[in-house]
Design a protein around this ligand. Structure first.
Ligand SMILES: NC(=O)c1ccc[n+]([C@@H]2O[C@H](COP(=O)([O-])OP(=O)(O)OC[C@H]3O[C@@H](n4cnc5c(N)ncnc54)[C@H](OP(=O)(O)O)[C@@H]3O)[C@@H](O)[C@H]2O)c1
Length: 315
């Protein structure tokens, strides 16, 4: 099979497309023929081995796993004897931290869900990390309630554009923060109001909201406290900023939660149901053929993508 391979830490230039052996599904795994992937900031963090502490998981001096990639959608081609809920021919999507940018991958069924009828591989490949993060931030960590005022910083990005749609579908009143050029995009997702950070002073919008999701990760403790009664931190703009924020919060009664999203079938199924009911749509900004995955990673590393960048293995 063809795969996008990294042997050393570095930028997209260290990636190459290479022949690799097709992995063998263990008894609790399925073998998936990958049809599409999407790109996430996690991919370039893992590729560069930054922040450095991440190398404790991904390999101290060089990457442990040669194949890059997390988000995928495809078709089950083989299954182990202990797989209960999936069958050969099922169209599935999910997230594996590593090994996804390849023609085949193996995965356990508890990080997969079936794709809704009528959905495409490209749209479902755009959903896993960003959709799960938005879902878990709002439902689990943010404890969003119907009718609450939610403010989403970074509303045009991968996570943010799903968060706007999920919050609206659950009856929240949503304000999105993005650049002025993405105002119409965020309104088209259903946001009630948009604040352009390059035109408005956020200080003028204090004390108006119940919950803020900081999907970009650039707001400081007093910004968050001023903008909403409680906050969930998703984005990462640097270790220094994050440490400052978390330390400030140790001396405060303010509710600030920070988390790393984890894949599970239940949440993927909830997202798939929203897609099926027409409440959630992956807004695809750009599609690259799979052999141009290094270009896709270089593109998203600029952090300017409205919606998602998707890569396709289909001709
Ligand atoms: N905690 C977790 O489990 C988790 C999971 C996934 C992602 N993340 C992190 O969350 C962040 C966002 O991920 P993503 O997939 O949404 O990334 P993304 O799709 O690359 O985000 C791009 C967006 O960032 C926005 N942006 C850039 N500068 C901004 C600013 N100063 N203020 C507000 N928005 C700004 C851009 O909007 P404009 O062009 O309109 O400014 C662009 O639409 C990343 O730091 C990622 O590492 C964390």
């Amino acid at each position: 099979m063809l795969a996008i391979v990294k042997r050393v830490y570095g930028g997209p230039e260290v990636l190459s497309i290479q022949e690799m052996p097709i992995p063998l599904a263990q008894e609790d795994e399925v073998l998936i023929k990958v049809k599409a992937n999407s790109a996430n900031p996690a991919d370039w963090h893992i590729l560069r081995g930054k922040p450095y502490f991440a190398r404790l998981s991904f390999g101290l001096f060089k990457p442990k796993d040669p194949i890059l990639g997390s988000d995928f959608a495809g078709i089950v081609e083989a299954k182990g004897s202990k797989v209960e809920n999936l069958n050969i021919g099922d169209r599935v999507y999910g997230e594996n931290l590593g090994n996804a940018f390849a023609e085949y991958l193996v995965a356990k069924e508890n990080i997969l869900a079936k794709m809704p009828i009528g959905s495409s591989f490209k749209e479902m490949a755009g959903l896993p990390i960003a959709g799960l993060t938005a879902w878990q931030a709002l439902m689990e960590h943010g404890k969003m309630q119907k009718g609450e005022r939610i403010i989403i910083n970074g509303a045009s990005g991968g996570v943010g554009h799903f968060a706007v749609q999920i919050a609206k579908a659950h009856g929240a009143i949503v304000t999105g923060i993005c650049s002025a050029k993405n105002r119409d995009f965020v309104l088209s997702l259903g946001a009630d109001e948009v604040l352009a950070y390059d035109e408005n002073d956020l200080q003028n919008f204090k004390d108006q909201n119940d919950l803020i999701l900081d999907c970009h990760g650039n707001l400081n403790h007093s910004d968050l406290k001023g903008l909403a009664k409680r906050a969930v931190l998703i984005g990462f703009t640097g270790m220094g900023h994050m440490m400052k924020l978390l330390i400030s919060n140790m001396f405060s009664k303010y509710s600030l939660k920070q988390f790393t999203a984890a894949a599970n079938s239940e949440d993927l199924e909830s997202l798939a149901r929203m897609v099926e009911h027409g409440d959630l749509k992956t807004r695809i900004h750009k599609i690259y053929p799979a052999d141009q995955i290094p270009k896709a990673i270089a593109f998203i590393e600029k952090m300017r993508t409205p919606g998602k960048v998707v890569m396709s293995w289909e001709q």
